[in-house]
Structures are given as structure tokens and as C-alpha cells.
Design a protein around this ligand. Structure first.
Ligand code: NAD
Ligand code: MG
Length: 401
């Protein structure tokens, strides 16, 4: 059997490509998105790109793809970029939170792909929804923090949301052509991360060097640590709950160490559908950006001329306490998911800076969740306040002598 993708015909585009705005262009999802654009130059065109501060890398992208608009969140970095004349003549350079919002609402953009790590992607993405853009969503923090508000805005403005996170993209693909009432449950697959087979007793001693060695995926540092603790899968439970408007009790997590089956849907009759591809984000990104069209991919598909194994096993509760904490936060609702996310971000930053150990990550999350007040339902301002408050509580807990 051949898996030569180059032999597959790509249909000619029928319309002028609508512009794409890529928020978080200098990160890992940014890299994979650029790979997809290189592969599909007739269908995809970059109208705008944004990053936090790495203007040299942003400038190289602007040159390669002739991008007319850029935004740099960090205003000092934006000043440096302007002083260095780093961008091609005529490039519009925006900065700050306002610059990101303006970029996300550009009239020439049809689609916005938020791939900003952390919670700062929320505001520009909400601006993109209000401006009626199609959203190809990678930043899961947006749904964790403001799932109900975000989806309400999406429904009100009638915009389309295509999931880029590989599990949710897989579920989206499996749900096509099926009635929501026939879905029994969603099964999110997880690789198990760097420590799946480590003796539990050794986890107290592991540092960032070990946690950043992901067996299958190449991702940014925050997501890679979250994979090792499975906090990432906890965030993905929250993401799935809102994206697919489904009860948390109908979302399960299963370990699949090969990362080839990206997730599954079980229907009422016991039939299950799965989506498979090699572990590269280019598959999900290309699907989301070209949907409903398909085209030859940037990378070859699965090669069944080699023996392939698909293993599935339930996650051990003791090994992955962050997963249980995330489910509790999701079930508690209100601002608890935001508190979980904020505490985890503070803890992972401290872990990456070697200030705390790996097992301190769930301890920080638990302490912060236990000490936060939760009314059960919250408006967006209250959630953002809870996010700030949780960061403060988590940092104070960490700085306690
Ligand atoms: P990364 O750390 O590699 O890159 C983060 C990007 O965000 C960078 O371009 C950075 O400049 C940008 N950024 C950070 N703060 C910003 C700000 N305030 N304004 C503008 N830009 C800002 O992270 P990543 O792994 O690419 O992940 C990005 C997002 O995609 C995260 O939400 C993550 O959960 C999600 N995601 C990642 C993967 C993956 O394979 N890497 C898979 C699924 C989902
Ligand atoms: Mg994922």
C-alpha cells in the first residue's frame, strides 16, 4: 500500500483566498501553521501575524510570506523592531493588547487562528468573533476560562469554530453527519506524556529536562509539561465540554501511547468512530483551515506497510492527580476551571524555572482551588477577577517560606 501524498490531486481553488490572521506565529503551532501554508499557497494567504516579543522571528515570517500587518504584544519589543527596521517597507506594525485586537478584526481577514499560550488570547479572539471571523481555535485556555461566554458570542454572531487541538479536531471530524442526540460519549486520547512508565517514587525528583522529553509530539514547553502531568488533558476536558456542548460525565479520557488515534466518539448503539493520522499538528491545522475542502497534506499519512500497534489503557489516578482535579473543577463550574488553569500556569512556570518539583504542581492547584470562593456561576468580569486572584494565591503559596 502506498502513502505517497504527492500523487494525490489537489483541487484547484475556486475563489481568491481569504486572509488568515495567525496569533502566536512564532510558537510551535505557529511553525506547523506556516508549514501548512507553504504546502497550500493557492488556498491560504497570511493577512496578519502576532507574537509576544520575538520580533526577529516575526520579521522573518513577514518577509517569507509578504504579510502586510503584524502585531507585537510587548511594546518595548515593538519599539525595538521599529528602530531596527526589521520588517519589509510598508508593513503595518501594531502593538499592545489593542494592536492584537485590531489585527484580529482586520477587514481583509476571513479566518483567525489563535495560538497564543496562556489567557491573553481571550480578548483578541473575542474581538475576532465580534468582527464575524471564522475561528480556527488552538488556544484551549480561551474555552477553559470563558467557555460559556465565548460559545454564546459565537452563536450570537453565527461564526464557525473549527477546533485545531488534535483531539477536538478528531472529534469534530467524527461527528460530521451525525445527530448530537445520538452521541453517547466522547473519548479523548492522551499520550501519557514523559512519565507514563516511570516508577511513581521517582516523580518527586524529576525536573524540566525530563518533563520536556515528550515521546511523540513536539510542542511548546508549557503544553509539554502539561502533557507529562496530564493537566493538558484536564484542560481539554473543559475545552470539549464547551466546544461540543456536552455534559462532563459524557467525556472520558483514555491513554493511547502511540498518539495515532486522536480521539473517538461512541454513539448510543455502541458503534465508535475514530480519526487517525501521524502525531503532527499539521493534519489538524490543515483540516481546520481548509474545511470543508481536503488537499494533499504537508506530511505523509500513516504507513501501513509497517506493523502498527494501537494500545489503550485507563489513566492511573495516582500518577495523574491533575486530571482528577481538572474534572472536579469542571464539575464545580463557575470560576473553578479558570482557577485550575491559573494555578497550573503559575506552578508550571515555577517548575520550568526549577523553583518547585513536579509533584508540587498538583499541590499548588489543589491549594488554590480549595482556597478560592466559587459561586457556581460567574460573569466574564468575575472569571477574569478569579483568574487574577488565583494567580496571586498560587504565587503566595509558592513563596511561603
Ligand atoms: P508556544 O509556547 O510554542 O508559542 C506560544 C506563542 O504565543 C508564541 O508565538 C508567543 O509569541 C505567543 N504569545 C504568548 N503570549 C502572547 C501575547 N500576550 N500576545 C501575542 N502573542 C503571545 O506554544 P504552543 O505550543 O504553540 O501553544 C500555543 C497554544 O496552542 C496554546 O494555547 C496550546 O495549549 C495550544 N495547543 C498547542 C499544541 C501543540 O502541539 N503545541 C497542540 C494543541 C493546542
Ligand atoms: Mg491536544
Amino acid at each position: 500500500m502506498s502513502n505517497q501524498q504527492t500523487a494525490r490531486p489537489t483541487p484547484a481553488p475556486t475563489t481568491e483566498p481569504a486572509g488568515l490572521v495567525l496569533l502566536g506565529a512564532t510558537g510551535s503551532i505557529g511553525d506547523s501553521t506556516l508549514e501548512v501554508i507553504r504546502q497550500n499557497p493557492d488556498a491560504l494567504r497570511l493577512a496578519g501575524i502576532a507574537c509576544r516579543s520575538r520580533w526577529d522571528k516575526l520579521a522573518a515570517i513577514a518577509r517569507e510570506f509578504s504579510v502586510p500587518w503584524v502585531a507585537i504584544y510587548d511594546e518595548t519589543a515593538a519599539r525595538e523592531a521599529r528602530d531596527a527596521n526589521a520588517f519589509p517597507p510598508g508593513t503595518q506594525i501594531l502593538d499592545g493588547a489593542g494592536g492584537l485586537r485590531e489585527l484580529a478584526s482586520l477587514p481583509e481577514a476571513g479566518t483567525v487562528l489563535p495560538a497564543i499560550v496562556g489567557t491573553l488570547g481571550l480578548e483578541p479572539t473575542l474581538a475576532a468573533v465580534e468582527a464575524g471571523k471564522k475561528i480556527a481555535l488552538a488556544s484551549k485556555e480561551i474555552l477553559v476560562l470563558a467557555g460559556s461566554h465565548f460559545m454564546e458570542a459565537v452563536r450570537r454572531r453565527g461564526v464557525e469554530v473549527l477546533p485545531v487541538d488534535s483531539e477536538h479536531n478528531a472529534i469534530f471530524q467524527c461527528l460530521q453527519g451525525h445527530r448530537p442526540e445520538d452521541v453517547y460519549r466522547l473519548l479523548l486520547t492522551a499520550s501519557g506524556g514523559a512519565f507514563l512508565d516511570w516508577p511513581l517514587a521517582d516523580l518527586a525528583k524529576v525536573g524540566p529536562e525530563q518533563a520536556l522529553k515528550h515521546p511523540n509530539w513536539s510542542m511548546g514547553p508549557k503544553v509539554t509539561v502539561d502533557s507529562a502531568s496530564m493537566a493538558n488533558k484536564g484542560l481539554e476536558l473543559m475545552e470539549a465540554r464547551w466546544l461540543f456542548d456536552i455534559e462532563p460525565s459524557r467525556i472520558d479520557v483514555i491513554i493511547h501511547r502511540q498518539s495515532i488515534v486522536h480521539s473517538m466518539v461512541e454513539f448510543l448503539d455502541g458503534s465508535m468512530l475514530a480519526q487517525l493520522s501521524p502525531p503532527s499538528m499539521t493534519f489538524a491545522i490543515q483540516h481546520a483551515l481548509l474545511h470543508p475542502a481536503r488537499a494533499a497534506g504537508a506530511r505523509p499519512g500513516l504507513d501501513f506497510s509497517q506493523a502498527l500497534r494501537f494500545d489503550f489503557e485507563p489513566p492511573e489516578k495516582k500518577r495523574f492527580p491533575c486530571l482528577g482535579l481538572a474534572r472536579e473543577a469542571l464539575e464545580a463550574g463557575g470560576n473553578a476551571p479558570a482557577v485550575f488553569n491559573a494555578a497550573n500556569e503559575v506552578a508550571v512556570e515555577a517548575f520550568l524555572a526549577k523553583r518547585i518539583g513536579f509533584l508540587d504542581i498538583p499541590a499548588v492547584i489543589k491549594h488554590t482551588l480549595d482556597s478560592a470562593t466559587n459561586a457556581g456561576t460567574s460573569c466574564l468580569e468575575e472569571i477574569l477577577g478569579a483568574d487574577r486572584e488565583a494567580r496571586h494565591r498560587a504565587s503566595s503559596f509558592l513563596n511561603k517560606p
